[in-house]
Design a protein around this ligand. Structure first.
Ligand code: GLA
Length: 391
């Protein structure tokens, strides 16, 4: 039997991986945590962050793996005469070291945001020309994660600018996970694996299934972002991941769409950064974000990003090889009516054999199947199954 294109792809990724990767020991699996931007934009403060730290613990998110608590744009105040940045004194009166200590005391890690240009996207001071001072300041505050944006960078080279901050972080005296956010503009998947632990592949995610439903012209839909991930798979692996942007789960998509978004991000080995108000989320949102069997697909130690196996218009099949010879498969219905989607083992490069099928949202073992599986899939929904061949 000729190997399927999917089997050829998987073998190639496992054999080669990227030529050089940033080996700072971090993000061996895709980072998980919470980030302030999607829900709060510039409305951040130490009170909000302390409440989120408490909520990450109280809701069980921390114990499900959401380790990083990241403040996005707008925490910055001014630089001092020595060039060192300080937080906004009104919003963060106790300072960042105290806030990091509050976060660390709850068993979490602490993240901040800056920008490679002279200003951040929200016009706070950026790091251009201050890379070393900023990296040292973050380390002195016990920061664990830096997201580094790309506003106000006209004429700058992204590999050089991100390389400068990578080097500054490497000399800061503390391991700091490095998140590259240049929106996929200069094909970061071709150069970023040796520079950062993750890199955004697209513009900003909105609270919308497709672009036409997005309220802001700056944002794009979950399905548009998904389409842009095809072909980027081999850049990802332990320590270096494609980043299709943070989660909008709990921010206004339907519960079905939230589960679809979360399932697909897990299959893509994407960072899982919740972006909703976890202090007041619904039971359905909490269940989606804490489904451990789905999280395990994202966090699988093999670290192979999933791949689109078949595209029949509104019906798609995606698969991700897992450690130990198992496979995660998503049946995706992008259409407006329920459909039955079928796939055969042959499409995964498997010959006919008994395979145990488990539905990860219904949390049900569906029994062994010999050569194919089919399920009815709701509009905008997925069926996510884990396939385990019998020994
Ligand atoms: C850009 C980034 C977002 C967010 C904002 C903050 O748009 O892509 O994720 O960080 O800036 O201003």
């Amino acid at each position: 039997m000729r190997p399927s294109p999917f089997a050829v792809f998987t073998a190639a990724v496992l054999a080669c991986g990227p030529a050089r990767a940033l080996e700072n020991g971090l993000a061996r699996t895709p980072p998980m945590g919470w980030n302030s931007w999607n829900k709060f934009q510039c409305d951040v403060s130490e009170t909000l962050i302390e409440q989120m730290a408490d909520a990450l613990v109280a809701t069980g998110l921390r114990d499900a793996g959401y380790a990083y608590l990241d403040i996005d744009d707008c925490w910055q105040g001014a630089r001092d005469s020595g060039g060192f940045i300080h937080p906004d004194p009104v919003r963060f009166p106790s300072g960042m070291k105290a806030l990091a200590s509050y976060v660390h005391a709850r068993g979490l890690k602490f993240g901040l945001y800056s920008d490679a240009g002279a200003q951040t996207c929200a016009k706070r001071p950026g790091s251009r020309g201050f890379e070393q001072a900023d990296a040292r300041q973050y380390a002195s505050w016990d920061v664990d994660y830096l997201k580094y944006d790309w506003c106000y960078t006209d004429g700058m080279s992204a590999p050089a600018a991100y390389g400068a901050m990578r080097d500054a972080l490497a000399h800061a005296g503390r391991p700091i996970l490095f998140s590259i956010c240049e929106w996929g503009k200069s094909q970061p998947w071709t150069w970023a694996p040796s520079v950062g632990n993750l890199w955004r592949t697209t513009g900003d995610i909105g609270i919308c299934w497709e672009k036409k439903a997005c309220k802001s012209e700056w944002t794009t839909g979950v399905m548009n972002i998904l389409d842009l991930q095809v072909g980027l798979e081999d850049a990802a692996g332990p320590g270096h991941w494609n980043d299709p942007d943070m989660l909008q789960v709990g921010n206004g998509l339907s519960d079905t769409e939230d589960r679809t978004h979360f399932s697909l991000w897990a299959l893509l080995s994407a960072p899982l950064l919740a972006g909703n108000d976890i202090r007041s989320m619904s039971a359905a949102t909490r269940e989606t974000l804490t489904n451990r069997e789905v999280i395990a697909i994202d966090q699988d130690p093999l670290g192979v990003q999933g791949h689109k196996v078949r595209d029949d218009g509104a019906e798609e099949v995606w698969a991700k090889p897992l450690a130990g010879g198992a496979m995660a498969v998503i049946l995706l219905n992008r259409g407006e009516a329920p459909v039955r989607i079928r796939f055969a083992w042959m499409e995964l490069g498997w010959s006919a054999r008994p395979v145990a099928v488990r539905d990860l949202w219904r949390r049900a073992d569906l029994g062994p199947f010999r050569e194919a599986f089919s399920a009815e899939v709701a509009p905008h929904g997925v069926v996510l199954v884990r396939l385990t061949p019998s020994r």
